[in-house]
Design a protein. Structure first.
Length: 342
């Protein structure tokens, strides 16, 4: 098929999805090396609009992982049922088109926002802005009845979450081999000790207070406006649970572990203050700090299994997987004494 024919088919597909005649002026693949479990294409239309079409991954292994854990359905459901009207900075979803491999999303590109670099790590300003966004998100869905109606949205005791403890065990030996040059033995021992609390944390986090979780809240999935405020993209790992999961996920993977030690308490306090500002009650700072520690445990299998199982895409992706794991285990090791009594 010639390039012209492919372009005409793309225009026809997009016109059907949007319900109006459109023509694509330029298209380019985006998202390589940022841990994306999908294929994304940036489109510039003749009328000047800029969209992103996000579809199931072209890589069969990645696609199988995403389908097993319901990632594509979770993102589509979140854009369709939860984010509209939530007052949060996220891309607008113009269309969701079901296919045999999973839903395809047509999203508005956040042209007034700029990406950050997770490999470099979050600055203090970015960290506090991220905490503010999470405070807004979690307060908006704090114990929200709407979450229970979303059958595609898993919680902490659902199999797609609890099985991560088993996956951790399955890949641990391979992880230790891959990470031997960057993760000290003491940090490996701390991780082995901490993951023993995983099941307890899952049970606790299934209790109230519950909220909507982004689930993959890291710097590469955030965009920053000129005023420093945050917009969140890539909702494939959306779930419900304790809000500190998102905060710990961000902290342990997106902030250099040395920098995190200096800003951690300020970040937690900023997040808690934003919750309170948005009307959350009967959840004090001490509980928030304790939940943050539990969330470090619940997050732990993610960087471990990702390093072994997720195709990196390119050299940056490989470096990101390694650094994400190194940071996460360093953070767990720093808190291992507190985690043992959680």
């Amino acid at each position: 098929m010639g390039e012209g024919s492919a372009g005409e088919e793309r225009d026809a597909w997009l016109s059907r999805a949007l319900g109006e005649a459109v023509e694509v002026r330029h298209a380019e693949a985006v998202g390589a090396g940022v841990g994306l479990l999908a294929s994304a294409t940036r489109l510039e239309l003749r009328d000047g609009r800029r969209l992103v079409v996000k579809e199931p991954s072209n890589d069969a292994r990645t696609r199988a992982i995403a389908q097993q854990f319901g990632y594509y359905a979770r993102e589509a459901g979140t854009y369709r049922d939860l984010l509209p009207g939530a007052g949060l900075a996220t891309p607008r979803c113009h269309a969701i088109v079901d296919t045999d491999d999973g839903p395809v999303l047509v999203l508005n590109e956040l042209v007034d926002h700029q990406p950050a670099d997770q490999l470099t790590g979050a600055t203090t300003a970015q960290t506090l802005a991220a905490a503010d966004f999470l405070g807004d998100l979690h307060a908006r869905f704090w114990n929200a009845p709407a979450l229970a109606a979303c059958s595609w949205l898993p919680g902490p005791t659902d199999a797609v979450v609890t099985m991560y403890e088993q996956l951790f065990t399955m890949v641990w030996d391979d992880f230790c081999t891959i990470a031997a040059d960057i993760v000290p033995p003491a940090h490996l021992r701390a991780a082995e000790q901490a993951v023993g609390r995983f099941a307890d944390v899952c049970v606790e986090f299934a209790r109230s207070p519950r909220t909507l979780l982004h689930g993959d809240f890291r710097l590469d999935n955030l965009m920053f406006a000129a005023d420093g405020t945050v917009a969140a993209i890539d909702w494939q790992l959306a779930a419900w649970g304790r809000g500190t999961y998102d905060l710990a996920f961000f902290a342990s993977g997106s902030i250099d572990d040395v920098s995190l030690a200096d800003i951690e308490l300020q970040m937690i306090a900023r997040y808690h203050a934003r919750l309170v500002e948005n009307g959350v009650e009967q959840y004090d700072l001490a509980a928030c700090r304790r939940d943050y520690l539990g969330a470090l445990v619940m997050n732990l299998p993610n960087p471990v299994t990702a390093l072994v199982a997720v195709p990196p895409g390119n050299e940056r992706g490989a470096q990101l997987l390694l650094e994400n794991a190194r940071r996460a285990l360093a953070t767990v090791a720093r808190h291992v004494t507190s985690l043992s009594s959680w």
